[in-house]
Design a protein around this ligand. Structure first.
Ligand code: AHR
Length: 500
């Protein structure tokens, strides 16, 4: 197969914001307990956090981290997670039918983020709670001094405010599985009311209203319209959530999941801009794509047990998907989609980070390792710099059952000064694709490097038995001559080219 691309530094989409490479940590399964926090592990510090995991999270390159949920937050009392650890209550976590021990809460998590070097993004509970508790948490977290809650924060060990800038107004409130789920009218009013109250504390907050929990939800589109009709003036972002998986061995459609993500983003932008037109508002609402990943959701749904009232495990093994090479190629394609919408998707969070549908896995008392999906995320997070550029793609087509005929290659590019990065996904199942890239508008002189992920066995994965079966590979076919770059992409592959 073949593809010809043209990239010109004059055609920018928008700046690549660091927040596009956010992560998500939920109190769920072994994410926190026996994941990032394992006091008995040889690499744990006195705070109980595993240093080997911290090193991997840094290498992954995550910016903002959304916390503490997810479905979990819709039943969470933030007060349970502050104050002396020994006195914290054990609570039912209804979302995941587990016991929450509250050994990690706001202070401990902020401490972990300080070690990782990432920014906190907090979600408030609008499931079983409301504006009152959201404002109380905001006061506790961000008011510098002089009130009972600010004093309580200082007594709990943190004099300086947390200074949390970005807040999610609940989680997936459109979803029937969500505690406190409501319809768009009710949620739109609640989001507007909560946002107004929070802005009375701090008008500079960045607030995210819940969009749909997926493009396939029956209320998708109408939900966004109604919620924004109520909350447009009060919020800054509408959220998107999307998880992809291979259905019935249809790898061709799965590889083209980015096409679905493109359509999802463009529909939400159209809806937000429609509300803007009706309101004659000068303000623009952006997208916080605050949950996205590959997730074998149907596998989980089949496995989900009906727990009995005496079964509330602490940190059970939940959602521990093992990702293969094809999954990583899809994830690289989803990053390409996000970069190509960098003007309107200004914040995004890979869901999740450790053990739970995660790029990083751990074994209690044992190693921590990178899943296949770690590689496209970490390379893109480090290489995507400056401005996202529009890439003109003229490529052979490949047929898919779900998305119709799609270009065999998906591409995104970023540039900063004289450096250029190009991200490429070859969706062909069996053929290599020869890609030529016209860079004459750049006059590039630097050295070209090409790294990526592919394998003769697209089902190959890393696990406890072999933590390094799959890694980044170097593609040594890239050649640059007279402003024309040529590279051969293996079938089912993701590649990052950089010219520095
Ligand atoms: O990321 C796992 C779950 O997926 C989250 O808790 C929820 O928000 C979504 O449905």
């Amino acid at each position: 197969a073949r593809a010809h691309l043209t990239i010109d530094p004059a055609f920018t989409i928008g700046p690549v914001r660091r927040r596009l490479f956010g992560g998500f940590v939920e109190h769920l399964g072994r994410h926190i307990y026996d994941g990032i926090h394992e006091p008995g592990h040889p690499s744990a510090g006195p705070d109980g956090f595993r240093r080997d995991v911290i090193e991997l999270v840094k290498e992954l390159g995550v910016s903002t981290v959304r916390y503490p949920g997810g479905n979990f937050v819709s039943g969470y009392n933030w007060e349970d997670g502050v104050g002396p650890v020994a006195e914290r209550p054990r609570r039912l976590d209804l979302a995941w039918h587990s016991t929450e021990t509250n050994q990690v809460g706001l202070h401990e998590f902020q401490r972990w983020l300080d070690l990782v070097g990432s920014e906190l993004m907090l979600a408030v509970n609008l499931g079983t709670r409301g504006p009152k508790e959201a404002v109380e948490l905001l006061e506790y977290a961000n008011v510098p001094a002089g009130t009972a809650r600010a004093a309580q924060r200082a007594a709990d060990g943190r004099e300086a405010p947390f200074g949390v800038a970005m807040w999610c107004l609940g989680n997936e409130m459109d979803a029937p599985w969500q505690l406190g789920h409501r319809d768009a009218e009710d949620y739109g009013k609640l989001a507007a009311m909560t946002a107004k109250a929070m802005r009375q504390v701090d008008r500079d907050l960045e607030l995210v209203a819940c969009g749909s929990s997926g493009r396939g939800m029956p209320t998708f589109g109408e939900w966004e319209r109604v919620v924004l009709t109520h909350a447009y003036d009060d919020v800054d972002y509408i959220s998107c959530h999307a998880y992809y998986q291979e259905h019935d061995g249809d790898l061709a459609s799965f590889l083209a999941s980015g096409v679905d993500m493109d359509a999802y983003i463009e529909s939400v932008i159209a809806t937000a801009d429609h509300v803007r037109a009706v309101k004659r508002s000068p303000k623009r609402i952006d997208i916080s794509f605050d949950e996205w990943n590959v997730w074998y959701l149907t596998r989980w749904q089949e496995q989900a047990r009906h727990f009995t009232i005496d079964e509330w495990p602490v940190a059970p093994r939940l959602l521990e998907d093992r990702y293969n090479v094809a999954d990583a190629v899809v994830l690289g394609g989803l990053l390409i989609s996000l970069l190509n919408h960098a003007d309107r998707v200004t914040s995004a969070n890979l869901a999740q980070l450790v053990n739970v549908i995660a790029p990083i896995m751990t074994e209690p008392g044992g190693p921590a390792w990178r899943q296949t999906t770690f590689f496209p995320f970490s390379v893109t997070s480090h290489a995507a710099r400056g401005d996202a550029l529009r890439v003109a793609v003229d490529a052979d087509a490949t047929d898919t059952a779900t998305h119709g005929s799609v270009p065999v290659v998906a591409a995104a590019a970023t540039s900063e000064g004289s450096s250029l990065s190009v991200f490429l996904q070859n969706r062909h199942l069996t053929e290599a694709t020869t890609v030529t890239i016209d860079l004459s508008a750049f006059q590039p002189t630097g050295a070209v490097s090409a790294r990526g992920i592919w394998d003769t066995d697209v089902r190959a994965a890393n696990d406890l038995r072999d933590t390094q079966r799959v890694g980044l590979r170097t593609n040594d076919t890239a050649r640059l001559s007279d402003g024309l770059l040529t590279v051969e992409l293996p079938p089912v592959s993701w590649t990052a080219l950089t010219i520095a």
